[in-house]
Design a protein around this ligand. Structure first.
Ligand code: COA
Length: 156
């Protein structure tokens, strides 16, 4: 088995099963995922016939594209795969002619934010009460209720 971040990343083909078990690591509900997944492109890493990592790209307009979801199977976290997914998304967005790539996460998600900053993203906006408005039930992480989303961007 290949180790490290050099695993092949490919687009999920039409008809292939959407890897909800991975997407749900990054998004609280299937309903939340279904709000964007059908208008997005899904990219995956496979290992021994199983999807182990995913990211999802959705155009916002003709110049901006958003990473709507990024997740690595727990067993494979902390090996640099997340960073390689981000690099792949950034490269792809540039090649496809977008001038900016954006990503949002909970303002309390310090580890995710630091990973995105490592990949060159910078904070530019807060979506106030995002999690209160979009999810019917409170989302509690580390004992604190999520409210606001922080948006980060990278100019390509
Ligand atoms: N949760 C959140 N961030 C994590 C993490 C975890 N379980 N594991 C690692 N990270 C972050 C940290 O910033 C870490 O840096 P550190 O080791 O200096 O703390 C960095 O990612 C490691 O980089 P890398 O090995 O490339 O990341 P990864 O392959 O573990 O992937 C995530 C990072 C966030 C995609 C992955 O941990 C994951 O799927 N988490 C759950 C889903 C999620 O939170 N997705 C983002 C939603 S906005």
């Amino acid at each position: 088995m290949k180790k490290g971040p050099d695993r092949q990343i490919r687009r999920l083909l039409t008809g292939e099963k959407i890897p909800y078990y991975l997407l749900l690591l990054a998004d609280e509900t299937t309903e939340g995922i279904n709000r964007y997944i059908y208008e997005s492109d899904i990219y995956i890493i496979e290992n021994e016939g199983r999807f182990i990592a995913v990211y999802v790209l959705q155009p916002v307009d003709s110049s901006v594209i958003e990473i709507k979801n990024i997740a690595v199977d727990r067993e494979y976290q902390g090996q640099g795969i997340g960073l390689s997914l981000l690099s792949d998304a950034i490269r792809r967005a540039g090649e496809e002619g977008y001038s900016e790539i954006i990503i949002g996460t909970a303002d309390l998600a310090a580890r995710q934010i630091s990973l995105y900053e490592k990949a060159g993203f910078k904070k530019y906006a807060i979506k106030k009460d995002f999690y209160l408005r979009l999810y019917p039930d409170p989302i509690i992480e580390n004992g604190v209720q999520l409210r606001d989303m922080v948006m980060l961007k990278k100019v390509l």
